[in-house]
Design a binder for this molecule. Structure first.
Ligand code: GBH
Length: 452
C-alpha cells in the first residue's frame, strides 16, 4: 500500500493560533485580539496574545518540523501584522517575518503553503463595516497583492480563505467567534457574498502578480456526510444530500463551493433563502468563479446520513456509544473517504486535505514523554479511508495534519490540544508526541506503514 509518489505530506497552523506577539512592533489589532479580550467570550478568558510564541520561536519550530520529516507546512499570514490598518501602509517588520519564515522552511526542505486569511480580520476594517462593506473584496485583493509580490518568488501553493463557513457562520451569525456579531440572514448572506468576491479577486491577483506559476486553491469546510450504513437506502440518501443539496450540505458546502467553482449559487439555496439573498450581477458571479488548481477540504468528521421510510433522510450528529474527541466531535473515519470523493465528484478538481486531526487529552508521563495513542489510532483509521478513496480514483494531492503543534483553539482557548508537538505554555517547551514519531514513519514509508 502506497500513496502516489508526489503525494504531499504536511501539517498546518494559523497565524493567530500560534504566533503570539500580538502587539509586536506596529502590528495592528485583529478582531480576534479584541474579541478574545472581552469578558466571557473565550474559555477562561484566554487570548492568543502569546499563544505558542511562534513569532519568536519559528526557527526552533521549523527544526522540529524537519525532524518530523514534514514535506510541506501550511501557515497563514496575519493581515493586520502586515497591514496594520488593513489597507494602505505596509509594515516592513510584519512582512519580514513571513519572508524569514519562508526562507527558513525552504532551507529545511519544507514547502511553504500559504493561506492568506485564517480568521484574524483587521480590527480597523471591522470598524469600517468589515465584510459588510462593499469595498471589502477590494481590501482583501490589495492585501493579497502585497503578500504575493513578497513571497511568490519562493511560494507556489496558495489558499485564499480558510473556512468561510465558520468565520461567517460562527463569527457573524451565531456570534460565538470574532467579531461576535449576530447579523440577520440577509446581512450574513451579504457578508458571505463579499467574502466570495474577495476570494475571486484574490485569485486574480495571485495569478497576475506571482513571479512564477502559482497553484491556487482555498480551504473550506470539507465534511460532506457519511452514510449511516452500507444499505442502498442510506447510500441513496447520501447521494440525495450531496447532489440535490440537503440542508446541511447547503450551508457547509454548496452555498460557497458552487459559486466559487461552478459560478452560480445553488438553485435550492436561492429558493430557501429567498428575499435574503443579496442582489448580485452576472459580472460578480464571473469574478467569484476563478479557475482553481485544487479544492482544499478541512475534514474532522461528518454527520451520518440515514434514510427514513418516507424516502427522505435525517442528518444525525450524535450517536450513543460513538467514540468522541476531546472536543466531543465524533470519530467518523469514513468522512475522509466520502468527503474527498463527493467533493471531487461535484467540483471535478484535485482535492487537498488541508486539515484533519483531533483534540485529545494527551498524557504527559513522568519522564516528560507525551503519549497520544488516541490520535495515532484516529489518524490511522482516517488515512486508510483516504487511501481507499484514492485507490478508487479520487484525485487527492496532499494531506495536512491539523496541527503541527498545540495552539490557541479560538473560543476554546488552550483547552483543546490538536498538535503533533506538545506545547507547555508556561515554559513554551515543545515536546514531539508519540503521534509525531508515528507520522514520521507514515511520511517516510509514504503510507505503506498504515497497512497492518
Ligand atoms: C478548523 O475549524 C479551523 O480551521 C482551525 O483553525 C481549528 O483550529 C481546527 O479546525 C480545529 O477546530 O462533524 O463532529 O467532526 C474546524 C471547524 C469544526 C467545522 C468541526 C466542522 C464538525 C464537527 N469545524 N465541525 S464533527
Amino acid at each position: 500500500m502506497h500513496f502516489p509518489k508526489d503525494f504531499v505530506w504536511g501539517a498546518a497552523s494559523a497565524a493567530y493560533q500560534v504566533e503570539g506577539a500580538a502587539q509586536e512592533g506596529d502590528k495592528g489589532l485583529s478582531v480576534w485580539d479584541t474579541f478574545s479580550r472581552e469578558p466571557g467570550k473565550t474559555w477562561q478568558g484566554e487570548t492568543g496574545a502569546v499563544a505558542c510564541d511562534h513569532y519568536h520561536r519559528y526557527k526552533e519550530d521549523v527544526t522540529l518540523m524537519k525532524g518530523i520529516g514534514l514535506q510541506a507546512y501550511r501557515f497563514s499570514v496575519s493581515w493586520p501584522r502586515v497591514m496594520p490598518a488593513g489597507t494602505g501602509a505596509v509594515s516592513a517588520q510584519g512582512l519580514d517575518f513571513y519572508d524569514r519564515l519562508t526562507d527558513e522552511l525552504l532551507a529545511a526542505g519544507i514547502e511553504p503553503w500559504v493561506t492568506l486569511f485564517h480568521w484574524d480580520y483587521p480590527h480597523d476594517l471591522y470598524l469600517r463595516g468589515g465584510w459588510l462593506n462593499p469595498e471589502s473584496p477590494r481590501w482583501f485583493a490589495d492585501y493579497s497583492e502585497v503578500i504575493v509580490k513578497k513571497l511568490s518568488d519562493r511560494v507556489t501553493n496558495w489558499m485564499t480563505l480558510n473556512e468561510p463557513q465558520c468565520f461567517i457562520g460562527l463569527g457573524h451569525d451565531q456570534g460565538c467567534h470574532a467579531p461576535g456579531l449576530k447579523l440577520n440572514r440577509a446581512e450574513s448572506l451579504l457578508a458571505a457574498h463579499h467574502v466570495m468576491l474577495a476570494h475571486g479577486l484574490s485569485v486574480q491577483v495571485i495569478r497576475a502578480h506571482a513571479s512564477r506559476p502559482a497553484r491556487v486553491g482555498w480551504a473550506p469546510v470539507g465534511m460532506a456526510g457519511v452514510p449511516a450504513s452500507d444499505s442502498p437506502e442510506d447510500l441513496a440518501a447520501l447521494h440525495q444530500h450531496v447532489f440535490r443539496v440537503g440542508k446541511g450540505f447547503l450551508w457547509n458546502n454548496a452555498w460557497w463551493g458552487d459559486p466559487v467553482v461552478l459560478g452560480h449559487y445553488p438553485e435550492i439555496g436561492l429558493r430557501t433563502f429567498g428575499n435574503d439573498v443579496p442582489k448580485f450581477t452576472e459580472a460578480e458571479m464571473r469574478t467569484i468563479k476563478q479557475p482553481l488548481d485544487f479544492y482544499g477540504a478541512n475534514i474532522y468528521g461528518s454527520p451520518l446520513i440515514k434514510a427514513t421510510p418516507d424516502g427522505g433522510y435525517v442528518e444525525q450528529t450524535y450517536h450513543e456509544g460513538f467514540p468522541q474527541t476531546h472536543s466531543y466531535w465524533e470519530v467518523t473515519p469514513e468522512s475522509l473517504y466520502w468527503g474527498p470523493k463527493l467533493l471531487h465528484e461535484r467540483y471535478k478538481l484535485p482535492i487537498v486535505v488541508t486539515e484533519n486531526g483531533m483534540s485529545n487529552a494527551d498524557w504527559v508521563s513522568l519522564d516528560g514523554q507525551v503519549h497520544d495513542p488516541q490520535r495515532i489510532d484516529l489518524l490511522h483509521r482516517y488515512l486508510l479511508q483516504l487511501h481507499r478513496a484514492m485507490a478508487e480514483g479520487v484525485d487527492v494531492r496532499g494531506y495536512f495534519h491539523w496541527s503541527i503543534m498545540d495552539n490557541y483553539e479560538w473560543a476554546d482557548g488552550y483547552k483543546q490540544r490538536f498538535g503533533l508537538i506538545h506545547v507547555d505554555y508556561p515554559t513554551q517547551k515543545r515536546t514531539p508526541k508519540d503521534s509525531a514519531r508515528w507520522y514520521t514513519e507514515v511520511i517516510r514509508s509514504n503510507g505503506a506503514c498504515l497497512q497492518r
